[in-house]
Design a protein around this ligand. Structure first.
Ligand SMILES: N[C@@H](Cc1c[nH]c[nH+]1)C(=O)O
Length: 382
């Protein structure tokens, strides 16, 4: 019976879903193109080694062997293939890429989520200033606005914040790792036990609130004042504050949150991280960050880089829950074919009705819940 089934986590897409998805990908790509980005495409199949910098437990890839016995994977990420391209082609930097495509991540049976995820994103390579992060954030917020997402929340963080604070604590390696695990898992009873030995430390007041260091930017900022000065952390915080001020000037209505107690969504991030989410979507709408070390794992030169990717499927799911699209069928006699085609071009979501006669056309329109129009442009059935 497998010839009638789909593998776990896959799906077919058709009708409104497929159409909305296509439109959305086109809209996002057009936006990036008009902003001066160049298109890049990479293959679905790559050597597994390309993804050695990825947390392969979280993003488990589908594997297969090529004729030489090398392990290939269906790409579980789109940023690493771009880094591979940069290291093998000698393309001059700085460069701004945009792309869209599917990534494949093994999902547990019954998890209910999909293993083929459509993404559209950008990678800005060769830019070390904060301007690159801001460019990504502007693009993300403007796109969300263009896609009519009115309840977007932008969450800022920094991949280095947690490791730097942990490194400043008087703990050994194992204690540090345990504390990090408890913090990320929000395992509060274990976390409280682990910080007890530090009760006399300057860090203690901060440690007591650290698991709650997420939410409204201003509120988190206030809590952050409890943290004793650590030079590298101060720089991170200043960047976050500057970014908040910049975003608030540019998008006064934009909701902005800060999360300084979360694990970096990708192991390759080395600086600011940002995610966008909204109430009606289950997962993040976009996710990105700075990854200055990634290209050095492919080649000797260090290349600063920032990027982000939209998760298209969540955007589509969110749109589908809106009101159904009104469709129109155009009924015509064969002698009026060109005229009918002209109407299809004019009326959004319309198509030619290939029924033999008007009676049959009426029946088809009714079944499809479509309006029926004849070539003269007259609605014959609403
Ligand atoms: N590849 C990242 C998103 C990203 C693009 N560029 C930088 N980060 C992800 O899938 O989470």
């Amino acid at each position: 019976m497998l010839n009638r089934n789909l593998p776990v986590g896959t799906r077919d897409e058709f009708g409104a879903t497929a159409q909305i998805k296509e439109r959305m990908i086109n809209q996002i790509q057009r936006y990036f193109r008009e902003r001066g980005y160049a298109k890049i495409t990479t293959p679905l199949l790559e050597y597994k080694a390309v993804f050695s910098e990825l947390d392969l437990k979280t993003y488990q890839p589908y594997q297969l062997l090529d004729e030489q016995g090398e392990t290939l994977v269906l790409r579980p990420d789109l940023t690493l293939p771009v880094a591979r391209v940069m290291s093998t082609t000698g393309i001059k930097t700085p460069v701004k890429w945009y792309y869209s495509g599917d990534v494949f991540r093994v999902k547990k049976k019954l998890s209910g989520s999909y293993n083929q995820i459509a993404q559209a994103g950008i990678e800005l390579i060769g830019y070390k200033s904060l301007k690159a992060e801001w460019e990504c954030l502007i693009a993300a917020v403007e796109l969300a606005q263009a896609l009519q997402i009115t309840d977007l929340k932008v969450e800022l963080g920094n991949a280095k914040f947690v490791p730097l604070v942990l490194a400043a604590l008087p703990l050994n390696e194992i204690e540090r790792r345990n504390l990090q695990t408890a913090l990320y898992a929000k395992d509060l009873s274990r976390y409280t036990t682990l910080i007890k030995p530090l009760a006399a430390s300057d860090f203690y007041p901060f440690l007591k609130v650290w698991p709650w260091l997420f939410g409204d930017f201003a509120a988190v900022w206030q809590q952050l004042q409890l943290l004793p000065k650590i030079k590298a952390v101060t720089t991170i915080c200043e960047e976050l504050k500057e970014t908040q001020i910049f975003l608030q000037q540019r998008f006064p209505q934009q909701q902005l949150t800060l999360d300084l107690s979360v694990a970096s969504p990708q192991t390759y991030y080395t600086g600011m991280i940002f995610r966008g989410y909204c109430q009606s979507a289950a997962d993040y709408l976009f996710s990105g960050g700075r990854y200055d070390q990634l290209l050095s794992s492919f080649q000797k030169t260090l290349q600063p880089a920032v990027g982000l990717a939209f998760s298209i499927d969540d955007l589509v799911a969110r749109t589908i829950t809106g009101k159904p699209v009104e469709t129109t069928l155009i009924y015509f006699e064969t002698s009026d074919w060109r005229q009918a085609e002209a109407l299809v071009r004019k009326i959004p979501n319309s198509s030619l009705c290939l029924a033999d006669n008007l009676k049959e056309a009426r029946r088809l329109a009714e079944t499809a819940g479509s309006r029926l129009v004849d070539v003269t442009g007259k609605v014959v059935q609403a």
